[in-house]
Design a binder for this molecule. Sequence first.
Ligand SMILES: Cc1cc2nc3c(=O)[nH]c(=O)nc-3n(C[C@H](O)[C@H](O)[C@H](O)COP(=O)(O)OP(=O)(O)OC[C@H]3O[C@@H](n4cnc5c(N)ncnc54)[C@H](O)[C@@H]3O)c2cc1C
Length: 389
Amino acid sequence: MPDWLVIGGGITGAALAYELVHQGFSVALIDSETPELTATDCSYGGLAHWAGTTPLMRQLCQDGLTQYRHLTDELTAETGFRETQLLLTIPIGAEPAAIAAQYERFAIAPHLLSPQQAQELEPILNPDAIAAALRLPHAHMHPTQTCQAYLQAFKRQGGRIVRDHVQQWLQKRGRIVGVQTPTQHYQSDRVVLCAGGWSRGLLTQLGLSPSIYFTHAEILEGIAPPGTVQGMIMPAQLQRLALEQAATQPEQQAYWQEPGQQLAPSILDLGLVQFADGTVRLGQISRTLSDLDAPIDAPASAHRLRQAAAELFPALDTTNYRWRHCLVAFPTQPFLPVGAIPTQPSLHLFSGFGNALLLTPPLARHFAAWAAQGHDPVMAALQTDLKIP
Ligand SMILES: Cc1cc2nc3c(=O)[nH]c(=O)nc-3n(C[C@H](O)[C@H](O)[C@H](O)COP(=O)(O)OP(=O)(O)OC[C@H]3O[C@@H](n4cnc5c(N)ncnc54)[C@H](O)[C@@H]3O)c2cc1C
């Protein structure tokens, strides 16, 4: 029986499994292998190290950046890490100075750029389609490569990876003692849920009302000549945040339990990134649908993404780009799904937090230290600041 069962092998499960085994625990990681739907494999790979708003979060962002600078060496595998820039587009009709002021609460303040200055930095941008842009220092990694690097390092240190699908919890006298898959029982006194968009369903099985939800995210993916996109391009005002808020209002809660519900109208935040191998990801449509396997009209979504891209990135030829879809977990603020669940002390959460790619390495390290030593100052501060219900 392993000391820890980790459910989910996306970036959160992979990094946490690695850190737990590094602390001397025996660890089994169970993953369904659903790469097409896994958020990590659809992600842009952005590391927003400028985004801390509290002293604790600023420190974690800085720690995340420092860890990434050494991660390729530590894991002895490529992570695709590079330090780059982020351009945040401000649409025509918006007030650039007012939007720039909203970024003053972050650790690093952005530079306000004219459309022409923005185009000099990112020639793919149409300056006539924006009122202005904000520029921030940013970092970037390849999420699938980094996840695989963690999984390989985990295995090298004696960790065990099981390809299986967790269907149910094993319980003894009301306490979680493991999980059940179609063919096996896996027992452990300590289980940690890193199942991204699927976490909510597994928690609901226990009769919990988790403050963790999911969106269906859609992107287009294709290949462009290297250097088509210099850094990352995102909207300065993310509609996704308003969508998440609208979909989790108290009056919406009952609809999450009903099949076939759309909690709020879908949104499109037009973002663009390119990886070292030339792969471009253009996204993203976000939908709050109550079903994990809700049907989505892929051709209509692809058309919507192409139309938006034609205006902001007119030189980008998306003809051969393919539509992709995944599930992304998100919490209601200020809930941070990291740590033990008070009503189920053997069950833990480590998935569904914001700025996930940057924060996963430092949070995984603190979680594992807390598991080994029984205390960790950052875990204690997080639990106090952002209580797990
Ligand atoms: C288009 C897009 C762009 C993004 N860009 C960024 C960005 O720039 N920066 C950033 O920080 N974040 C970004 N994100 C979000 C980020 O990708 C996710 O927060 C992160 O990858 C989540 O990782 P995870 O391990 O928690 O979940 P996932 O990567 O979804 O992994 C969950 C894993 O759990 C497994 N699983 C699920 N259910 C079960 C089960 N019952 N039994 C066994 N295994 C199971 C799945 O197979 C999967 O492997 C982006 C997301 C999208 C969609």
